[in-house]
Design a protein around this ligand. Structure first.
Ligand code: ADP
Ligand code: ASP
Ligand code: MG
Length: 414
């Protein structure tokens, strides 16, 4: 008998029919002799709908209230699945993040898990009850509801699997695994059988939303093997696990695209020591992550400084940067939202050279201008005009030999 954590994403629980299909699969897992803990997302589109409502209530909703609101989506699906299971004569019980013992810090809307007690989950398992746990949510030390960032149900599942020392953690979604690129954008993408935590973490951080980046970080830290598979069909998925020699053999494992960044440029910045600290200090204090930074050569002791921030934080970042620009006597501030980041990822880049040069060559051949570049040991990213993102992804995917002969068919039919 194995203990299996199964997480079902929004599309997989998007309708009552689909919730019944999830109930069938959970029931089958139990009949196969396993213990199951189920973690669910809200119905697809629900979290977006709630965020939209919040912005209709006020342009800058309070983050504590936002979490109170967003946590409702997952309460709906856990209750419905528990009902569907009980309707089949299976003893199941739903648990909120609080009841599941998911304790986080107080960074509302992007809380980090501090610990997982999971007492009631263990108790339920001991009684032969299937726990159905709300993903994406926890509570802080003051018992206020928190959420774990978009896609956070993946993290809930991995954290529960680690706390319960589960044998397996399966992320069921609308694709049958992790592909060499988003198969909805690059039809020639191939399913990857096995991917290293480090590669998956980069892919997730750089736009492959199939797994939430933090969930991969957590899985690597606690050595939880994670399987990504389809909730719509049976078959092989992708195992996210420790790096091995096979993974080093290819230079590029995957290509990602990210439209979630925006570019801010401060024009005419006095080029003297201490300026960067004065600019980025207040941004960091506001909990805004700056990603890429480029500083131009200075002319007449003035320089231009460009950097990217998450689009979701742009509204908050603009007044901070405008105040800083005034303070340091810079000329002006300009903002561009229509940018995107295309990235190539692979642990094999450590031992293969020439990936950067080839990337630039491919983009130039397609007439795509590169605005910013950043590299690490296992990735290269270029910021480009958003309208060329799909073209760039497909061209790079083909150029690095990742295309398969037969394009992947759509999986979910949704
Ligand atoms: P869920 O609602 O189940 O959490 P998500 O929408 O968060 O599902 O993640 C699944 C989606 O991730 C897929 O439909 C696919 O479009 C997208 N995706 C992006 N990059 C990749 C990739 N490299 N491999 C597989 N899917 C990817
Ligand atoms: N419902 C949340 C979201 O849409 C969490 C998740 O689906 O993982 O981001
Ligand atoms: Mg997801």
């Amino acid at each position: 008998m194995a203990l299996i954590v199964q997480k079902y994403g929004g599309t997989s629980v998007g309708t009552i029919e689909r919730i019944h299909r999830v109930a069938d699969r959970v029931a089958q897992t139990q009949r196969d002799g396993h213990q199951v803990v189920v973690v669910l997302s809200a119905m697809s589109g629900e979290t977006d709908r709630l965020i939209k409502l919040a912005h209709e209530a006020t342009p800058t909703p309070d983050e504590r209230e936002m979490d109170m609101l967003l946590s409702t989506g997952e309460r709906v699906t856990i209750a419905l699945l528990a009902m569907a299971l009980r309707g089949r004569g299976i003893n199941a019980r739903s648990f909120t993040g609080r009841q599941g013992g998911i304790i986080t810090d107080s960074a509302h809307t992007k809380a980090r898990i501090a610990r997982v007690t999971a007492d009631r989950i263990r108790e339920a398992l001991a009684q032969g009850v299937i726990p159905v746990v709300a993903g994406f949510q926890g509570i802080n030390e003051q018992s206020d509801v928190t959420t774990l960032g978009r896609g956070g149900s993946d993290l809930s599942a991995v954290a529960l699997a680690a706390a319960l020392k589960a044998d397996r953690c399966i992320i069921f979604t609308d694709v049958d695994g992790v592909y060499t690129a988003d198969p909805n954008i690059v039809p020639a993408a191939k399913r990857i059988d096995k991917i290293a935590y480090e590669e998956m973490l980069e892919m997730a951080s750089l736009g492959a939303k199939v797994l939430q980046a933090r969930s991969v970080e957590f899985a690597a830290k606690f050595n939880v093997p994670v399987e990504v598979n389809s909730s719509f069909k049976e078959g092989k998925g992708t195992l996210v696990t420790k790096e091995d020699a096979d993974m080093e053999a290819v230079a590029v494992a995957g290509v990602t695209g990210d439209r979630n960044q925006a570019k801010i440029t401060i024009v005419g910045v006095p080029d003297k020591p201490g300026i960067a600290a004065r600019i980025f200090g207040p941004v960091a204090q506001a909990n805004i992550n700056v990603d890429m930074i480029i500083q131009n050569m200075s002319q007449a002791a003035l320089t231009d400084l460009s950097f990217t921030v998450p689009r979701a934080d742009l509204k908050q970042a603009i007044p901070i940067i405008q105040a800083v620009a005034k303070d340091i006597e810079a000329k002006s501030v300009s903002v561009t939202e229509a940018i995107a980041k295309v990235s190539l990822i692979g642990v094999g880049m450590r031992s293969h050279s020439g990936v950067a040069a080839k990337t630039f060559e491919v983009l130039s051949r397609e007439g795509i201008n590169i605005m910013m570049i950043s590299t690490s040991e296992i990735k290269i990213s270029c910021v480009i005009d958003e309208k060329y993102l799909e073209l760039a992804m497909r061209a790079l995917h083909a150029a690095f030999g990742l295309d398969q002969a037969q394009p992947a068919a759509s999986q979910s039919g949704s």
